[in-house]
Design a protein around this ligand. Structure first.
Ligand code: SAM
Ligand code: SF4
Length: 330
């Protein structure tokens, strides 16, 4: 089948899809989830076969990059089967975002199944603080996971850190040293107003990327690079290291004009923008047309007209999007 291109009303080509494979997670990070969460009943969740159909259809429409996320993708049963399937599509890039807790036992199999790159979340190097932020996580397990990923030979490993003022901002220099020592990249993320949380006031703890960059600059020279994933991150290099430092700044840097991505939630909702509620129900199409993918293709092509020009996050701490990040697929 010839590969069509997905293009939106603003001339942006969409060639990157983030697929959420579960809303469940073994952690309860304070910025992502409430302490008590109700997860989706099984019949509302796409089966792995349905997720693979969505992936295949996007690939037939020119998608070159797929990222699996969640929730925690590695707690989904039989996730390796899906990784193998998508790994066989010959994509330019195939990545996963994970909290790392299952990597000690799964990293090698994931790599063998064709996964190319991993983003691993790491908000603290202090075991108590790590437990406080994740509510259930064990730091040693994640550190072992990072080592297992390095041993498995992924093409790229990047750490993701959500920076909270008065929470983990004082650890920024140590996290950069850690990334340098492990020879992996690191990206610092501004917290986004997704879902209502009780742990803290988001406006109060917002630590902007400019502030994080100033902290790092006291220790290392940061040289801007033109490297661009078409995504929200801006990257810097340090002259004496291979480690790249990235910043994702939804509040202080508007990245919408080069947006090349869409998301599919685990319920099969195609989200055209992280910061808007526009969406299209692919599950209804998948289940209404179980044999051929023509209707699915048509629905995805038409959905591009709904992609908004930009997001409208503000930093006053208000919840602007009622979905939690684990529902959205971070
Ligand atoms: N469980 C995996 C993990 O933690 O990496 C994948 C899903 S998680 C939702 C994806 C990324 O979103 C993580 O790096 C996490 O730190 C980030 N995240 C979660 N909630 C966020 C929020 N409100 N603002 C900014 N980033 C958030
Ligand atoms: Fe789970 Fe990832 Fe959300 Fe943390 S950020 S609760 S690990 S889905």
């Amino acid at each position: 089948m010839s590969k069509a291109k997905l293009t939106d009303r603003f001339g942006r080509t969409v060639n990157y899809v983030r697929l959420s494979v579960t809303d469940r997670c073994d952690f309860r990070c304070v910025y992502c989830m409430a302490e008590e969460m109700t997860f989706l009943p099984r019949q509302q969740v796409l089966t792995l076969e349905e997720i693979a159909r969505v992936a295949r259809t996007f690939v037939s429409l020119g998608t070159e990059k797929i990222r699996l996320t969640g929730g925690e993708p590695l707690v989904r049963k039989d996730i390796l089967e899906l990784v193998k399937e998508i790994g066989s599509y010959g994509l330019r890039d195939f990545a996963m975002t994970t909290n790392g807790s299952q990597l000690p036992t799964m990293a090698e199999d994931l790599r063998k199944a064709g996964l190319k790159r991993l983003n691993i979340s790491l908000d603290s190097l202090d075991a108590d603080k790590f437990h406080r932020i994740t509510r259930t996580g064990r730091l040693s397990q994640v550190l072992d996971g990072i080592d297992a990923a390095r041993d498995a030979g992924f093409e790229g490993i990047k750490l993701n850190t959500v920076v909270m003022k008065g929470g983990n901002d004082h650890e920024v220099p140590d996290l950069v040293e850690f990334a340098r020592k492990k020879n992996v990249d690191i990206t610092f993320i501004e917290e986004m107003p997704l879902g209502e949380i009780s742990d803290h006031d988001r406006g109060e703890v917002l630590c902007t990327s400019d502030e994080v960059r100033d902290i790092i600059s006291q220790h290392h020279e940061l040289v801007p690079t033109p490297e661009d994933s078409g995504g929200p991150a801006r990257y810097y290099r340090m002259p004496d290291s291979n480690t790249r430092v990235g910043f994702i700044s939804p509040h202080s840097h508007n990245f919408c004009s080069t947006c090349n991505r869409v998301r599919v939630t685990v319920e099969g909702r195609l989200l055209l923008c992280l910061g808007n509620e526009h969406s299209v129900d692919l599950r209804r199409v998948l289940r209404g047309h179980p044999v051929t993918n023509e209707k699915l293709r048509e629905t995805i092509i038409n959905a591009m007209d709904l992609k908004p020009e930009r997001h409208h996050f503000s930093s006053d701490g208000d919840v602007q999007i009622l979905r939690f990040m684990n529902m959205t697929g971070g």
